[in-house]
Design a protein around this ligand. Structure first.
Ligand SMILES: Cc1cc2nc3c(=O)[nH]c(=O)nc-3n(C[C@H](O)[C@H](O)[C@H](O)COP(=O)(O)OP(=O)(O)OC[C@H]3O[C@@H](n4cnc5c(N)ncnc54)[C@H](O)[C@@H]3O)c2cc1C
Ligand SMILES: *[C@@H]1O[C@H](CO)[C@@H](O)[C@H](O)[C@H]1NC(C)=O
Ligand SMILES: *[C@@H]1O[C@H](CO)[C@@H](O)[C@H](O)[C@H]1NC(C)=O
Ligand SMILES: *[C@@H]1O[C@H](CO)[C@@H](O)[C@H](O)[C@H]1NC(C)=O
Ligand SMILES: *[C@@H]1O[C@H](CO)[C@@H](O)[C@H](O)[C@H]1NC(C)=O
Ligand SMILES: *[C@@H]1O[C@H](CO)[C@@H](O)[C@H](O)[C@H]1NC(C)=O
Length: 582
């Protein structure tokens, strides 16, 4: 609607917007089987290494007892075991079972029970329950779940076990697992106990610190109990402003607003401050946060955005990327990123609505049967968007210096950041210190940034060097911790040294899973950072840090060079052939 009035048609095609409310095809089942075998995919299609995850056996339990017997079957037959939800929205290959002697459990059908205990402000849900279903049930009972990721396409167990978070330094903080007060977990047991048993881990048990964030490697989560609060409302205002003082403002912003965040668009010298906090429940407003990036897009629009990105990549058109970035940002500003005052349209700030409608979104997940011409923009069946996601978690004292370094890199040539800004810029959120061994050991600030990924592994990206420098600065100069459910393999190098309680987690794992039934080569790459390869082109895919030109793409003019601001970084940089004197 706004689109057609305001923007030239050509530009509309480049935007993630459409002229009518759109619903669409739901994501495909992540487990795909043919007559001979099955494979597990993530929601984007290819894994980080672009190799398929082959699966021999998949079990679909519907009850806790069926889940327990599936674990018992694996243990009795000495099979390695992994679990995946109906979503498989985790980007690293964590849920992939080892290639030999293994099986997969899907919780797709273990998703029916949601038990609310209003008197004690708590809810207990089956591991496979979708976050949206949990939230809707809780809100119907007049209660609210305080923390959740911004994306609602996650299962209860998948969400907590990777440390998924929204944004908050208040109360128990913005990470879902920090609101967990109990877990039922199924662990291997001896023959006389039936090969697998259910253990109840309560709020006071030390073991909960290991079990909350465990990357699916400690035991199979059967049920999760969350603490709740009385239902509440929030009020959101976005301030699109200058990016000059992020390093001075971020602390105060996080302290002042319970659900604040900041999105930085470096190429546009713009920062968007989200003023977001609770208001009394009788405040008028029935707002909805329907974030633009998580809405259904008409398939031809997603495809044409991809086509134009590919064109700008192949012609090295920084300006083309900047046009995309500028129009996307202008549109986001116009529609307040997707906030709707009355559930239909944005009419002005502040937008006030119930917690259950404001914290998390993902309307591209749902499909009324009527429309089959729209989907999530990244659906691998449509050849739409395809991108990487880097997420780095900083200790507070280091974050300001990181921002200053990125600004220096930006100032060399702001246009180099257009590829990042076309996605969601650099999103800055807050995570509170956690008692989880693999959670954040102290109050932290987390950044996310997305960027183009080529259709094939050997094609470098435009401004590859800039994105790699920011990535290496974050993880190696400033020692940021990687989000367990995002990132490319290099981000996990040396990760165990970044978690002071890592060894306590390993000790708990030895106790519950002494035979390492729930480990495997793929989850080891993440948990232990063992995914360091040195193949040709490995740096293009984030599978290594380049140390030789062949790790980049010499044939396409990309060579391994030092960073421009962080000179210890080693990045793949394009140099025009020497005959050109530019
Ligand atoms: C578009 C998009 C937006 C996102 N936004 C955010 C965000 O705002 N904040 C954020 O923090 N994250 C975000 N994420 C990441 C997402 O929150 C995590 O990837 C989350 O773990 C996905 O949950 P899932 O149910 O799909 O897990 P899956 O991918 O199915 O599984 C994740 C892990 O959990 C394990 N697991 C699953 N079920 C069980 C079980 N029953 N027992 C034991 N282990 C189990 C798996 O083995 C695997 O290791 C986003 C991801 C996408 C794709
Ligand atoms: C797959 O299996 C079904 C049922 O057993 C059979 O009818 C079909 O012909 C098989 N398809 C292929 C390609 O083998
Ligand atoms: C069946 O699926 C496996 C795993 O995804 C794949 O390798 C194989 O080529 C498929 N076979 C057929 C006949 O499609
Ligand atoms: C099985 O485990 C139980 C509980 O840990 C223990 O009491 C019992 O001795 C074990 N039995 C065998 C045969 O190891
Ligand atoms: C937006 O931020 C700017 C700069 O920090 C400030 O001057 C202005 O008052 C803010 N606007 C609103 C509506 O809060
Ligand atoms: C990765 O492997 C290369 C080559 O073996 C080695 O030089 C480098 O130190 C390794 N990096 C890490 C962080 O282990």
């Amino acid at each position: 609607m706004y689109c057609s009035r305001w923007l030239p048609v050509v530009i509309q095609l480049l935007l993630w917007c459409s002229t009518a409310p759109v619903h669409g095809i739901p994501p495909r089942d992540p487990v795909q089987c043919n007559n001979t075998s099955c494979a597990l995919y993530n929601s984007y299609g290819p894994w980080g290494d672009r190799k398929d995850c082959d699966v021999k056996t998949v079990a679909y339990p519907t009850t806790e007892e069926e889940l327990r017997s599936a674990v018992a079957y694996a243990n009795k037959n000495k099979l390695k075991l992994k679990v995946v939800s109906k979503f498989s929205h985790t980007i690293p290959k964590l849920a992939c079972p080892p290639s030999q002697n293994s099986m997969l459990i899907s919780t797709a059908k273990y998703d029916s029970r949601i038990d609310i205990d209003s008197a004690n402000l708590a809810v207990t849900a089956d591991a496979g329950v979708a976050l949206r279903e949990l939230i809707d049930k809780v809100e119907e009972a007049g209660l609210s779940l305080v923390a959740a990721p911004y994306w609602e396409g996650v299962s209860v167990a998948g969400m907590i076990t990777t440390g998924a978070h929204g944004s908050s330094w208040w109360g128990n903080g913005g990470a879902a697992h920090d609101h967990v007060v109990g877990i039922s977990m199924i662990v291997p047991a001896n023959q006389s106990e039936g090969y697998a048993k259910v253990i109840q881990i309560g709020a006071q048990d030390q073991l909960l610190n290991a079990a909350k964030v465990s990357l699916g490697t400690l035991g199979v989560i059967s049920k999760v109990k969350f603490s709740l609060e009385k239902g509440f409302k929030r009020s959101i205002t976005y301030n699109f402003t200058d990016d000059g003082l992020i390093e001075n403002n971020f602390m105060e912003h996080g302290k002042k607003y319970e659900f604040g965040d900041i999105t930085w668009y470096p190429s546009k010298h713009t920062a968007v401050y989200r003023y977001d906090g609770r208001v009394p429940v009788d405040t008028p407003g029935d707002g909805v946060n329907d974030f633009l990036g998580f809405r259904s897009n008409e398939i031809p629009i997603s495809q044409s955005v991809r086509t134009s990105e590919k064109l700008f990549e192949s012609t090295k058109s920084v300006n083309g990327k900047c046009t995309l970035a500028a129009t996307t940002l202008a549109y986001k500003k116009l529609i307040a990123n997707g906030l709707k005052n009355n559930g239909m349209i944005f009419t002005g700030f502040p937008v006030v609505g119930r917690q259950g409608k404001m914290q998390t979104s993902g309307s591209c997940l749902y499909s009324p049967a009527a429309r089959i011409d729209a989907s999530c923009a990244w659906d691998p069946r449509i050849k739409g968007l395809f991108f990487y996601e880097s997420t780095a978690i900083f200790t507070v004292p280091k974050f300001g210096d990181f921002i200053k370094d990125v600004r220096k890199l930006r100032d060399i040539k702001p246009e180099n950041f257009c590829g990042i800004d076309h996605y969601n810029g650099i999103m800055i959120r807050y995570i509170k210190a956690s008692s989880a061994y693999l959670g954040q050991p102290e109050d932290s600030v987390v950044i996310d940034f997305n960027y183009y990924r080529a259709d094939d592994a050997s094609t470098p990206r435009l401004n590859e060097d800039v994105m790699e420098e920011v990535e290496q600065m974050a993880f190696f100069k400033y020692g940021a911790r990687p989000h367990w459910a995002k990132n490319r393999n290099l981000a996990f190098l040396n990760v165990r040294s970044k978690y002071p309680n890592f060894n306590k987690f390993i000790a708990a794992k030895k106790q519950l899973d002494p035979e390492n039934m729930l480990s495997g080569e793929w989850s080891d790459e993440i948990l232990f950072g063992t995914g360091n390869v040195t193949s040709d082109g490995c740096a293009l895919e984030g599978l290594c840090i380049c140390s030789e030109d062949r790790h980049c793409s010499p044939s396409k003019g990309y060579f391994c060079k030092p960073g421009l601001v962080y000179t210890e970084a080693r990045v793949c940089r394009y140099s025009a052939p020497s005959s050109s004197n530019l």
